[in-house]
Design a protein around this ligand. Sequence first.
Ligand code: ZN
Length: 179
Amino acid sequence: MKYCQSCGSPVDLIVPDGDNRQRHVCTDCGDIHYQNPKIVAGCVPVWDDSVLLCRRAIEPRYNYWTLPAGFMENGETLEQAAQRESIEEANAALENLRLYSVISLPHISQVYMMFLADLKNTDFFPGAESLETKLFSEDEIPWRSLAFKTIESTLRCFFIDRKTGTFTLHNSTIEKWNR
Ligand code: ZN
């Protein structure tokens, strides 16, 4: 950040009084512009023994497969964000959302929050951000063509849990990934 979002004057990166880390502080109006992690909300859409993946039509990771997920918007709940992303990317109607995977990514200041969800039907089709939407059984998952480590991690948990039929919340941290 170079300029104040309130008045347009330059900002300094300083530790404000009573704080313990650097913030962007306006040199004119004094506003402190806090920056905090972003939440990525998404779903594992399930149909019988398969999950719905989307092949990305956008960068980053164009052409790689992902679960429906994206940045939460102001004014919506976590569930609404996950459902909206599933509609936007796959036109997938979901029900019975259960929070399943929470992954902290401190190196990029993001937190993924992924739900298990039941597909209501198979009438899904690619949204503007997807090239293709398709159901995959465990044997068919394109593990080497997955867009993000968070997606891989969530899918691995899912197929392990499915063998026992016990789906518990997975809370983890991914420090870094190379893609
Ligand atoms: Zn200002």
